[in-house]
Design a protein around this ligand. Structure first.
Ligand code: R1P
Length: 306
C-alpha cells in the first residue's frame, strides 16, 4: 500500500489548523507559556503601549498575542499543556513565519533540587531530558519483566547564547540568589512520569526521581513541554546532508517558575505570588528575546557576497 504525503494542513484562509495563525501574524521572537492568562498578563504589563496588541484565539485553545517590546515585534503564544501541544505550536508557527526564530518557554514546574526553591526561577542552561512512560512495560503483550517502566532520554541542549542571556536577565529581575540553573526534565504525564503516586493505577514510579538523579545529578526541574521545544529547535532547518538552512533555524531556551517543591512538599501560596513571578520572569524573557544577537540572516549574507 502506498501513502501520499498529507501535506501541511492549512485552511482556505491560510491559517494553520490548530494554532490558527497565518503568515504575518506571528513575530520572529516568541515567548511561549502554558496558561493564556499568563500570556495576557505579560502582554498587558510589558508590551509597548503605542502598538496595538493583535490577538488570535484558535478553536483548539491556542492564544497568540502579537505586539512590540521596546520597539521590537514580539509574540506571546499560550499553548496549553504537554509535548504534543508544543509540537503543534513549533511546527505550525514555523510554517507561517519567514526567517530565523528565537523562542523562549516560560512555564511553571516542580523542583527536584534543594537549590531550586519555591517562588524562585530556574533556567535550563544544561538543556533538557524527556521522561516517558514505557507503555509496553505495563500493557505490552510480550511483557519484558526486566524492562524499565520509564525511558529517560539523552540531553538536548538549549541555545547557549539565548539561555545564558536569559539567566542573566532573570538574575537582574529577581536577584542572583533566586535563580537556579541546571537540567530540566520534561515528562509525558503530570502524574506517572512525574512520580506522583496514584494507587488507582499501576505506575511503578516510587523511585523515578532517584533514578533520574542517579543518571543526571544536575536535574533541577520537572515540567511537560521544554524538551520538545529544544528538541525541535535542534532539528530545525536540518537538511538530509546534515547542513542547516539558516532561514529555518530556531534558537530556543527554557525557564520556569517553581510552584512546587517535590523534595520538601511546599507549594507556592496564592495568585499574588504567582502573578508577581509571571510579571518579573516574563519581562526578563522579553529582554532576552530582544537582547540576543541576531543570527545571520540568509538575505544579508547574500548581499554581502554580491
Ligand atoms: C501542569 O500543571 C502544567 O504546568 C506546567 C507544566 O509543564 C504543565 O503544562 O507548565 P505551564 O504552567 O506553562 O502550563
Amino acid at each position: 500500500m502506498k501513502f501520499t504525503n498529507a501535506n501541511f494542513p492549512l485552511g482556505d484562509d491560510g491559517r494553520t489548523y490548530h494554532v490558527g495563525t497565518k503568515l504575518g501574524e506571528t513575530a520572529n521572537k516568541i515567548l511561549t507559556v502554558g496558561d493564556p492568562a499568563r500570556a495576557k498578563l505579560i502582554a498587558q504589563t510589558h508590551f509597548d503601549k503605542d502598538v496595538p496588541i493583535k490577538e488570535v484565539s484558535s478553536k483548539r485553545g491556542f492564544v497568540t498575542l502579537t505586539g512590540a517590546y521596546k520597539g521590537v515585534p514580539v509574540s506571546i503564544v499560550a499553548i496549553g499543556m504537554g509535548i504534543s501541544m508544543m509540537d503543534f505550536f513549533v511546527r505550525e508557527v514555523r510554517a507561517v513565519t519567514e526567517g530565523p526564530l528565537d523562542i523562549i518557554r516560560f512555564g511553571s514546574c516542580g523542583s527536584i533540587s534543594t537549590d531550586a526553591k519555591v517562588g524562585s526561577l530556574a533556567v535550563a542552561t544544561d538543556g533538557s531530558v524527556c521522561a516517558t512512560r514505557n507503555y509496553d512495560h505495563f500493557t505490552g503483550s510480550k511483557k519484558d519483566a526486566k524492562s524499565e517502566p520509564y525511558h529517560i532520554s539523552q540531553v538536548v541542549e538549549a541555545n547557549s547564547e539565548l539561555s545564558n542571556l536569559l539567566r542573566d536577565k532573570i538574575a537582574d529581575a529577581v536577584g542572583k540568589k533566586n535563580v537556579a540553573t541546571g537540567l530540566n526534565v520534561t515528562a509525558d504525564s503530570f502524574y506517572s512520569s512525574q512520580a506522583r503516586l496514584d494507587p488507582r493505577f499501576a505506575d511503578e514510579n516510587q523511585t523515578l526521581i532517584e533514578t533520574i538523579h542517579k543518571r543526571y545529578p544536575n536535574a533541577i526541574t520537572l515540567e511537560m513541554e521544554s524538551y520538545m521545544l529544544l528538541h525541535l529547535a535542534a532539528c530545525s532547518g536540518k537538511r538530509e546532508d546534515g547542513s542547516v538552512d539558516p532561514a529555518l533555524k530556531i534558537r530556543a531556551a527554557a525557564c520556569t517558575m517553581i510552584f512546587a517543591d517535590r523534595v520538601g512538599g511546599a507549594f507556592i501560596s496564592g495568585p499574588e505570588a504567582t502573578e508577581k513571578l509571571e510579571a518579573s520572569g516574563g519581562k526578563a524573557c522579553l529582554e532576552a528575546l530582544i537582547g540576543v544577537k541576531s543570527s545571520a540572516s540568509p538575505q544579508k549574507r547574500k548581499r554581502g557576497k554580491d
